[in-house]
Design a protein around this ligand. Structure first.
Ligand code: ASP
Length: 341
């Protein structure tokens, strides 16, 4: 019996990869057909490719939780028909979308690979061709079973919710500081299979709630009480990520701790994430985090800021009446986004 080709669905959302320059030289998103024309090699690959385009293709600086849901609904609808999915996405907020999708898809059994480029496909030196071809190879499932949301960029496959955009200049634009890359593309695409999430034993579930009533409060020496209090006094605030120093340290001033404690007593969830690119929050390692621990701030371990804010929105959006459950889940790994449990 003739074997059917594997099938990959491309979900095109916009981003530099498909942009063209207007008469003033500014880049705007453009239609997907041009992308396929710009990569004629795609016609020769050993799997079938279909594509869908979001209703509005965007620069990813306009990404929103409702567009995350649109992307997820396309994949959910087509989940059984395809072996994997490639999401073409602007690089600016790709790590946020990858994190959000990773939380939405529980028991994911197929690859969802986000990619994009630093130069549009239509440009001679574009990095887009390599990125899209490798992302499709991974998503086709012919090389390895990858049951996770990933980012492929400039020879590396990263876990999506561990990734961060680190360069607005280099082709090598993403890093995953706290977890090794899952695969490396050279002459072959070589997977480190022991680093991949296990295949799920349960069926896929897709949860689509996101609560936007959250904030990120980044600390810096000299931050004023007025700034801290105004963020925490945001009407209806449900959760805040505080970006602290080093292993989760913050000022020990009475006004600072009091302001946080009052917010926590009002029901606001406070998650502690380090400003450092690598390493983890370790509550109580220094005296400068003991008060945070005492008043009920949750330690975020080695989570990225992108995964932290999307995880907070996701948990608040799907388990709104169970703040204790949310606090416990914030300290645990849901989809491999933190190390340790
Ligand atoms: N501004 C673009 C975007 O994120 C940048 C890119 O795609 O590289 O949509």
């Amino acid at each position: 019996m003739e074997r059917m080709n594997n099938k990959v669905l491309i979900v095109y959302t916009g981003g530099t990869i498909g942009m063209v320059q207007d008469e003033n030289g500014s880049l705007h998103p453009f239609a997907l057909d041009r992308i396929i024309d710009a990569v004629p090699q795609l016609k020769a690959c050993a799997y079938d490719i279909d594509s869908v385009t979001l209703d509005n293709i965007i620069d990813s600086s306009n990404m929103t939780p409702s567009l995350w849901v649109d992307i997820a609904e396309i994949i959910e609808r087509e989940y059984e028909r395809y072996d994997g999915f490639v999401v073409l996405h602007g690089t600016d907020t790709m790590a946020y979308t990858a994190s959000a999708l990773s939380f939405m898809f529980k028991n994911l059994g197929k690859p969802i690979v986000l990619t994009g480029s630093q130069l549009p496909l239509g440009m001679l030196r574009s990095d887009g061709r390599e990125n899209i071809i490798c992302a499709l190879e991974v998503a086709s499932g012919r090389l390895a079973r990858v049951p996770e949301v990933c980012i492929f960029f400039e020879s590396h496959l990263y876990r999506g919710n561990r990734s961060t955009k680190t360069s607005a200049e280099n082709f090598d634009a993403f890093e995953s500081y706290n977890y090794p890359s899952l695969a490396k593309a050279g002459i072959n695409i070589t997977f480190k299979e022991h680093l991949l999430l296990p295949l799920p034993a349960e069926p896929l579930t897709v949860r689509k709630g996101f609560d936007r009533r959250v904030a990120i409060l980044k600390l810096f020496p000299g931050i004023t009480e007025a700034v801290v209090r105004s963020v925490l006094a945001t009407p209806d605030l449900q959760g805040v990520v505080i970006e602290t120093y080093g292993s989760g340290n913050a000022p020990t001033d009475g006004w600072f701790i009091d302001a946080l404690e009052a917010a926590i007593q009002r029901g606001v969830i406070v998650l502690n994430v380090t400003q450092c690119k690598a390493g983890a929050v370790k509550m109580r390692q220094y005296a400068a985090s003991c008060d945070l621990d005492r008043i009920g701030v949750v330690g975020g371990g080695d989570i990225t800021i992108e995964a932290a804010i999307t995880k907070l929105m996701y948990l608040l959006g799907n388990f709104p009446s169970d703040k204790e459950h949310i606090k416990i889940r914030l300290g645990q790994s849901l989809r491999g986004e933190i190390t340790g449990n």
